[in-house]
Design a protein around this ligand. Structure first.
Ligand code: ZN
Length: 426
């Protein structure tokens, strides 16, 4: 897969095609200026290592992540961190490679629940001891690698950290990765077009994070900081079909991948990303949504005490001690609040950004910032709509649109208005 090579799904979109062709040429032909730049780069790296040795440091001691020259094909997912040891298995032929040199350390027929432990200067795997900062398990066939009995496709990098803990990074084909993601985000029994819209969104979001994190030891996490990923245990036939039928298709704006955020339910109108974050992508403006009415989160209620709110805000550093009243500021054009106010005992008004308020109170209770409050004595009643930050694809809206017979392209064009659907080619 070459990220620079695109086939716009809309054949009339010639502007974009031109940009893709230009980028492809630069990457494939390796023009002289590029070689010059590589030579300069090598000279710089050599000087850098000389500098490290002058300080008494070796490159290996830095526990640097392995390089991944073919990153566009693969995504690096950290699945475990800070582990004292892990159990590893491969039910078939495998190779064990040193991460920093690619040197083959072992070739075997199977690994049966071998314990892997970090030492000050190396790693122990079963009865083998390796003086290195990390190794890669590369299955020779289709067998997955089992980490603590959980199956993952692709290669597994075992990295020793300076504090003698182990980080486990799954280096997996992007499409296989998505099959381990989709089930965690949507029900596999939803209409196929909704699943396909989610597949394209998840692929785009993963590639955006990969580009943001290229300098880090891994591209994405396996938790909500990126997207939930459970390896093979999360794969289902219908979600995998949605990934296969949208293979390589991503969302772009002006030829650039943007952060295709999504959320569970918008409650009637999606949010403009610029109101929450420093992001101004055109397709992340708010749009109206009449499709998510069947969501269990379309309307919600929550009740708590003013005392409880004050306590939580105080714990988060807000000077609201003794506050006796809470009220809301105006809503934006998506219906979401921007601010809440608490009046303190010293006749001061403390301003709380609504998104901070939701984070502090927890999104199980305050599911969105689209709410109204009523206060009765010390009790505060919340009436709200939707679940999530509200930016980008409304998952329950995608469900509703698919049930009305809309295609995944139509769903994505609704929630990411102005975005291009582009197929990346291998
Ligand atoms: Zn919606």
């Amino acid at each position: 897969m070459n990220l620079a090579r695109f086939t716009p799904l809309d054949p009339e979109n010639t502007t974009f095609q031109d940009r893709g062709a230009c980028a492809l040429e630069l990457r494939q032909k390796r023009k002289p200026w590029l070689r010059d730049r590589c030579l300069t780069g090598f000279a710089f790296i050599a000087l850098f290592f000389l500098f490290l040795y002058s300080l008494g440091m070796s490159p290996r001691a830095m526990d640097e992540p392995p390089s991944t020259p073919d990153r566009p094909h693969y995504i690096r997912v950290v699945i475990l961190e800070g582990q004292a040891n892990v159990k590893l298995s491969v039910k078939g032929g495998y190779q064990l490679l040193a991460l920093d040199t690619d040197e083959m350390l072992l070739e075997g027929k199977t690994i049966r629940r071998a314990a892997c432990t970090a030492m000050p200067h190396g790693l122990i795997l079963g009865r083998h001891t390796f003086s290195l900062s990390g190794f890669r398990i590369h299955p020779l066939g289709a067998s997955p690698v089992y980490v603590n009995s959980k199956a993952y496709r692709g290669d597994m990098d075992i990295v020793r950290q300076a504090d003698k803990t182990i980080t486990v990074i799954n280096r997996v084909d992007l499409e296989e990765y998505l099959k381990g993601v989709l089930r965690a985000e949507v029900s596999p029994w939803w209409p196929l077009e909704a699943l396909k819209a989610q597949a394209v969104t998840a692929r785009t979001f993963a590639l955006y994070q990969q580009r943001q994190n290229g300098h880090k030891a891994y591209d994405v996490t396996a938790n909500v900081a990126s997207q939930l990923y459970g390896g093979m245990s999360m794969e289902r036939r219908r979600t995998s079909r949605a990934v296969n039928e949208t293979r390589g298709i991503v969302l772009m704006e002006g030829g650039v991948i943007f952060p295709a955020f999504y959320h569970a339910c918008c409650g009637g109108h999606t949010e403009d990303a610029s109101r929450l974050w420093n992001i101004t992508a055109g397709p992340l403006k708010g749009v109206s949504c009449r499709f998510c009415g069947r969501s269990p989160y379309s309307f919600w209620h929550y009740k708590t005490t003013l005392q409880g709110i004050v306590r939580r805000l105080e714990e988060s550093g807000y000077p609201v001690t003794g506050s006796r009243s809470i009220h809301t500021g105006p809503a934006d054009d998506s219906g979401r609040l921007q601010e809440l106010y608490l009046d303190t005992a010293q006749d001061k008004t403390v301003r709380i950004p609504a998104k901070n308020f939701r984070e502090i109170m927890g999104d199980r209770g305050i599911k969105s910032t689209r709410f109204q409050i009523k206060v009765s004595g010390d009790t505060v009643f919340f009436e709200g709509r939707g679940w999530g930050h509200g930016v980008g694809l409304c998952q329950w809206g995608a469900f509703g649109m698919a049930q009305e017979g809309r295609t995944y392209e139509e769903i994505l064009q609704h929630y990411y208005a102005g975005a291009e659907l582009v197929r990346m080619e291998n």
